[in-house]
Design a protein around this ligand. Structure first.
Ligand code: HEC
Length: 148
């Protein structure tokens, strides 16, 4: 096949999909469910018993930046601090990514706080660091990053 401009263009597109240079938002891996298949139906049925308000979000923010130290990996702006020395594997999530926000139910995020994200540096926080009620408040704060 002759090397036309068209073939070069296709090669460039392929190269970009193999070595993405754009932000994490363009990475389809981020959208893949983290909860194992055999537990996801149950996890998706869990609902946040608290509703989002300036007060509940503020409570979640306090925990996120304080005793649960989420901020050390996810950043004050929720965008994730990128590659952190000492950590391996996947990057901390960018909570301002609206495609990611839409791909997850509250129940799935709660499952992650209970179990961690398997095979990544995202550890379980319930019950050692967070009570279930605190976790739901932190999640209201995590959700608020997607609404800015
Ligand atoms: C040691 C660093 C670290 C800390 C501390 C941390 N996270 Fe994470 N978090 C990660 C990483 C890395 C991922 C990405 C895991 C993946 O790709 O599945 C992640 C993913 C997540 C996800 C998304 C999982 C999904 O379904 O896509 C949520 C929600 C989350 N973290 C919330 C929190 C909250 C809330 C706290 C504080 C209670 C916290 N994290 C503390 C590193 C951390």
């Amino acid at each position: 096949m002759p090397w036309t401009i068209g073939t070069l263009w296709v090669c460039a597109l392929l190269a970009q999909s193999l070595w993405p240079i754009s932000s994490e938002a363009a990475n389809p891996d981020v959208l893949k469910p983290r909860v194992p298949q055999d537990q996801i139906v149950e996890a998706r049925s869990w609902q946040n018993p608290f509703s989002s308000s300036p007060e509940t979000i503020a409570q979640g923010k306090k925990i996120f930046e304080g005793k649960a130290f989420c901020v050390t990996c996810h950043g004050r702006d929720g965008k994730g601090l990128g590659k952190i020395p000492g950590l391996v594997g996947k990057l901390p999530r960018n909570f301002t990514d609206t495609a990611w926000q839409a791909a997850r139910t509250d129940g799935e995020l709660f499952w992650i706080l209970k179990n961690g994200s398997p095979g990544t540096d995202m550890a379980p926080f319930i019950p050692l660091v967070l009570t279930e009620n605190e976790a739901w408040h932190v999640l209201l704060y995590v959700r608020s990053f997607g609404k800015q």
